[in-house]
Design a protein around this ligand. Structure first.
Ligand code: BGC
Length: 764
């Protein structure tokens, strides 16, 4: 009897429990509001604070999670940059977030991470000026993320390359916002074509790595609008990234992640962004202000944040409706994710196909800077190949924009695979040297990823060069640089060549030229280096950037003429570092005392500030307007063929709502090739000072056979004519004469045509 009663009450209890369970809403696209109602305050806070940056092998306590319990939750995908919290009782799964711009980057260094494709760096991709191709490269990121069970990729990185020493310039696209904005949109489309969310980062004015987490950027509203926000504006209006990542720095005294103006007013209200905003990792100071500003998700969560949010809701300083709005954005993201749709990922992406796309993009983004009747090389020549990186390529930059590479192809292999012969004793000297030096390097760890050691350049004996000049037909030397996250570059021995590099170049030049043989320099770097002092010594220079794991093959494709170079510079090459308009204001000054203990010992940082005194005169906007000479100007790049530009036809000489410019490009040389057609606009400057010209359109031709032509049209709308007038807080297209300049670089203008705007236009 007792037993039966017990059984009955037990059954009743479980019926009630399961009824309650049934009554609980399970997240779907029609019940978000209901789910929000069912969430407790603790659960809501969990949803807006991330987790999961527990890098295998990292000593405990370095990056403590927001909640110690988080570390006990098994990751769906090990070695990723972060996750969101699951609320299982309401059917809300945890999302997987991972870096980054150079491909899927796993942090599980202790074991062998899954194989992924290391694509070329962002700057190289931009130098293709080919959004269609870049979209395919973005597709590599999206498709690999999908096959590894990742939901959001922390890419693309799209800050302006304000100064050549910027440590993360390699991840970024250009000194120009129009180009950056369009290239970032292409990457986002490529990623999102696969149903994976992109995260457009770092929003905004994050152009320096020194003291990056507490750097206060002092910048005028006009420079912000026209340069440092413009690229983001273009991207947001062209495409819809699922997420945007705010940056570490402050702008004019406010952390970007805590800036209502930036996130709620400009990004959401003015530009119409509908997605989620997340913080950069461990960024910002006041989580309540961050939520109030519209920064929905704090990544990857800090211990102080949970308690602060709960307390703020309880004491009324954070309205519940504000928290609910961010929770709603997190849930909307969850609903779109592959994890939510239970996509059965294979852990087996199509690496072979991706290597082909990556190689194609690599060769299309390399820029031929000099060619004194030297390239392309005939495959029958014997090459004396110098420089560590010729044998051990730097495929990408360091930090979160890096990828653990399963293999890399260096130039030596690239050349041999295309049929060139190398001088054996040079080859073996470098191979032996690198083998010994590599064995001394520490094993890969978080520390080595953020602070990699580069192997000292092998010193080259004069004797070896003299012998080479006898035995080889041509010399190729690679000059290489590595830069990365959390550190800026230096002028000496980085932007400038080292004394040893200069001596080797000089010796090669003397010895090879004495025998009527040529010297070619390949630059394998993530950013601009000084070239003016040594370029006269050599016959050809190829800016090969950091071209990803297939880089050596792509370099050989250009050197032997398999690919006709069509890359163009997306940043100016200064003659001297000090010529740059931002040089005297980089990397900023320490402001005040090192008052706060650094939040994150992995990335120590102090309060400092940087003044963007050059205002809108960044890169070519400065060089061209003030007529300061560069080594190579923005938009420059040589080809193995020539192009002719027809006269420009305008749809009208009077601007109404828009104007269309049409031009025909003809390959007038002997080799098939592609041309980057660049449209610059000169605007009247009676009321506001303006740069002499600004890029407002670009197009890449198809591969034009010798003699073939292609007609290209550009449409300009009021937005392209307007400048930001801070006194009116508006974009104004000033009445007067505008000049359209179409050319092959920002200084090599082939055709010009004017049109008139009869009265000032205020542009929304
Ligand atoms: C970087 C971001 C990156 C994040 C996660 C931060 O330090 O600035 O670009 O996505 O870490 O790895």
């Amino acid at each position: 009897m007792k037993k039966t009663l017990l059984l009955i009450s037990f059954t009743c209890l479980s019926v009630i429990a399961s009824a309650q369970q049934k009554a609980l809403p399970q997240l779907n696209k029609n019940n978000i509001k209901q789910v929000i109602k069912a969430l407790t305050l603790d659960e809501k806070v969990k949803l807006v604070i991330g987790m999961g940056m527990n890098v295998p092998g990292m000593p405990p306590g370095i990056l403590p999670p927001a909640d110690p319990e988080d570390d006990k939750i098994e990751p769906k995908v090990p070695g990723t940059s972060g996750r969101t919290h699951a609320i299982e009782r309401l059917g809300i799964p945890s999302l997987v977030l991972n870096d980054g711009p150079a491909g899927v980057h796993f942090l599980n260094y202790k074991s062998t991470p899954p194989k992924t494709t290391a694509i070329p760096i962002g700057t190289l991709l931009a130098c293709t000026w080919n959004p269609e191709l870049v979209r395919k490269v973005g597709g590599i990121i999206g498709s690999e993320a999908k096959e590894f069970g990742i939901d959001i990729m922390l890419a693309p990185a799209s800050n302006i390359q304000r100064n050549p020493l910027g440590g993360r310039n390699f991840e970024y696209y250009s000194e120009d916002p129009f180009l950056s904005g369009n290239i970032a949109a292409a990457v986002i489309n490529g990623i999102q074509d696969y149903g994976i969310g992109a995260s457009l980062k770092h929003f905004a004015a994050n152009n320096t790595e020194t003291n990056r987490m507490k750097l206060n950027t002092l910048v005028s509203e006009r420079a912000l609008r026209e340069i440092y926000l413009k690229n983001f504006e273009i991207t947001i209006k062209k495409t819809s990234p699922w997420t945007v990542m705010s940056s570490y720095n402050l702008i004019n005294g406010t952390y970007t992640s805590e800036s209502k103006d930036l996130i709620s007013k400009i990004l959401r209200k003015e530009w119409g962004f509908k997605g989620l905003v997340m913080s950069d990792w461990f960024a910002g100071k006041n989580v309540v202000n961050s939520l109030k500003a519209g920064n929905d998700l704090q990544m990857p969560g800090r211990p102080d944040q949970t308690q602060a949010l709960i307390a703020a809701v309880k004491n009324g300083t954070l309205p519940l409706a504000t928290l609910d709005l961010s929770v709603e954005r997190v849930l909307n993201l969850v609903l779109k994710s592959s994890t939510f749709s239970k996509y059965k990922y294979s852990n087996n992406p199509n690496l072979k196909e991706h290597a082909v796309i990556s190689r194609k993009a690599a060769s299309e983004g390399m820029v031929l800077l000099k060619n004194n009747n030297t390239l392309p090389l005939s495959k029958s020549v014997t090459v004396a190949l110098f420089g560590n990186a010729s044998y051990d390529i730097i495929a990408g930059g360091s930090g979160s924009g890096d990828v653990v590479k399963d293999y890399t192809i260096s130039l030596d292999n690239g050349l041999v695979n295309s049929g060139f012969k190398l001088i054996e004793n040079i080859n073996s000297s470098y191979q032996n040297y690198l083998k010994i030096e590599k064995s001394k390097l520490p094993p890969t760890s978080l520390e080595t990823v953020f602070n990699p050691t580069t192997i000292k350049e092998m010193s080259v004996e004069k004797e070896l060069i003299l012998q080479a000049a006898d035995n080889a037909d041509v010399a190729i030397i690679t000059i290489a640089r590595l830069s990365g996250e959390s550190k800026d570059r230096k002028v000496e021995n980085d932007f400038n060549l080292t004394e040893a590099e200069k001596q080797t170049l000089q010796a090669l030049s003397e010895s090879f030229h004495a025998k009527n043989k040529k010297v070619i320099v390949v630059i394998n770097a993530g950013g601009v280096i000084e070239t003016a002092s040594w370029s006269p010594w050599v016959d050809a220079i190829l800016m090969a950037w950091q071209p990803g794991m297939e880089g050596g093959t792509a370099m050989a494709d250009i050197l032997d003429g398999t690919v006709n170079p069509s890359g163009k510079l997306t940043a100016s090459f200064q003659i001297n570092y000090s010529d740059d308009s931002s040089a005297k204001n980089f990397p900023g000054k320490l402001s005040g005392i090192k008052d706060d203990a650094p939040l994150d010992p992995v990335m120590p940082t102090y309060p400092s500030e940087i003044s963007y005194e050059e205002d809108i005169y960044v890169g070519y906007r400065y060089f061209n307007t003030k007529k300061v000479k560069t080594a190579y100007e923005f938009g420059f790049g040589l080809s193995y063929t020539q192009f002719e530009y027809s006269a420009i036809k305008l749809s009208s000489t009077e601007f109404k709502d828009k104007i269309t410019a049409t031009i025909t490009i003809k390959n007038s040389g002997k080799t098939a090739g592609k041309e980057v057609v660049q449209l610059y606009l000169s605007a009247p400057s009676e009321k506001l000072k303006k740069p002499s010209e600004e890029l407002k359109g670009f197009a890449k031709t198809k591969l034009l056979q010798a003699g073939e032509s292609q007609t290209i049209s550009f449409t300009l709308t009021p937005a392209e004519l307007a400048s930001f007038d801070s006194s009116l807080s508006s974009w104004i297209a000033e009445a007067g004469k505008y000049s359209i300049r179409i050319g092959t670089s920002s200084l090599d203008i082939k055709q010009t045509k004017e049109f008139n705007l009869s009265k000032d236009l205020i542009v929304k």
